[in-house]
Ligand binder design. Structure first.
Ligand SMILES: *Cc1c(COP(=O)(O)O)cnc(C)c1O
Length: 388
């Protein structure tokens, strides 16, 4: 029997990193020590108090049964309390917070809750690929909002044509932004609320990086804007803040009807997060926050090291104010793939070519600061030996 894949799988964009993967295997086979500045996955372990809380919770048979779909009341309460303290945003944990199996899960499923075939979803480019793929899986049509350096990597909402606005149901935004590391201004968020209200578009804001920031300037939550709760939901996660990418725990919060709609999709697909992991999540949010500050300090030294080197080497980029990424222009005349390919084959350093995040990422590459300062220094020195 021939297994035929569904059209939605056949329609997936080609895997752009296949050629780089092949090169990487070849470089490794030559015995070269590979340093990956490619993936956005924190290198440091989850804090011991969080791990300890999981271990205790695992022993409690109460947690061995099906979890509640929308998350334990105590977890949603911890999220609401954290939002209150961090952003001054009041959330009703009973109706305005639902747990997610990592925010990626909620982002991927959100279009199923709001999109009918043919509806339009506004997606940033370059961007996290899940926005457009979730859209396609739901039968929606992604309309690309280019993020350009000239506009500080914010979309130009006034450039979206009327006929698109008529068909658009949701808009994905992500600040602090992956991959560009841009932070949204208050003015932009206010404009987004007005735009969404005027055009009846639900804002789905991906806030995964609000706690990874520099120079003591904490970024805002979209929900801090007046009127945001009428038009928007926010996806958040413990992954980046607490080095918990492997634990798969996050949440969606904000507009009650929208949170409820996504919850309805999830009730029919998954059965929630292992409660012992939710206990660990509570510990993360309610435990000592000093280590989060220390972690910011670690990323800050890495950022300063990388930016210092990149400036000296003549690269063009904006120093990040948040996220653990640096988004850098490729040298004149080299495409993203050509540049990443040359760096990999000649130095064994893995970078992410910008076109992997969409067509508007062409001409850039992304460095992830998720390696030790020592390895980062080594990688940068190697990059410095290549001439173009
Ligand atoms: C890492 C990341 C996420 C989500 O991570 P989860 O581990 O699924 O919570 C979401 N959005 C962006 C832009 C990310 O980089």
């Amino acid at each position: 029997m021939k297994i035929e894949q569904a059209d939605r799988l056949k329609a997936l964009p080609p895997y752009l990193f296949a050629e780089l993967d092949r090169m990487k295997a070849e470089v490794a086979a030559r015995g070269i020590d590979i340093i990956s500045l490619g993936v956005g996955d924190p290198d440091l372990p989850t804090l011991p108090n969080i791990v300890a809380r999981l271990k205790t919770a695992v022993d409690n048979p109460v947690h061995h049964r099906y979890p509640s779909y929308e998350g334990m009341p105590s977890f949603r309460q911890a999220v609401a309390q954290w939002y209150g303290e961090r952003f001054g945003v009041t959330l009703d944990p009973g109706h305005e917070v639902v747990s997610l199996i990592g925010s990626k899960e909620g982002i991927a499923h959100a279009p199923l809750a709001f999109i009918n075939p043919g509806d339009v979803v506004l997606c940033p480019d370059p961007g996290y690929p899940v926005y457009t793929i979730g859209t396609m899986f739901a039968g929606g049509e992604a309309y690309i909002m280019p993020l350009s350096e000239e506009n500080n990597f914010l979309p130009d909402l006034s450039a979206i044509p009327m006929d698109i606005l008529d068909r658009a149901k949701i808009m994905f935004l992500n600040y602090p932004n992956n991959p560009t590391s841009a932070v949204a201004t208050r003015e932009f968020f206010e404009e987004a609320v007005a735009f969404a209200t005027r055009n009846n578009i639900l804002v789905c804001h991906d806030a995964a990086y609000t706690e990874v920031y520099y120079d003591d300037e904490p970024p805002m939550s979209f929900l801090q804007m007046p009127g945001a709760r009428e038009v928007g939901i926010e996806f958040h996660s413990l992954s980046k803040t607490y080095n918990m990418t492997g634990w798969r725990i996050g949440w969606v919060c904000g507009n009650r009807e929208a949170v409820n709609a996504l919850g309805k999709i999830k009730t029919n697909i998954d059965s929630g997060i292992f409660q012992a992991v939710q206990e660990a999540g509570i510990e993360a949010l309610q435990g000592d926050q000093q280590p989060v500050d220390d972690l910011r300090g670690i990323y800050q030294s890495r950022r300063d090291l990388a930016c210092g080197f990149l400036s000296k080497a003549g690269f063009s980029f904006m120093a990040p104010k948040a996220t653990f990424y640096v988004w850098v222009r490729t040298p004149e005349g080299l495409s993203s793939a050509q540049f990443a390919g040359r760096i990999l084959t000649e130095t064994g350093v893995v970078l992410t070519p910008g076109n992997g995040f969409g067509a508007h990422g062409e001409g850039y590459f992304r460095i992830s600061l998720t390696v030790s300062e020592e390895r980062l220094q080594e990688a940068l020195e190697r990059i410095g030996t290549v001439s173009w």
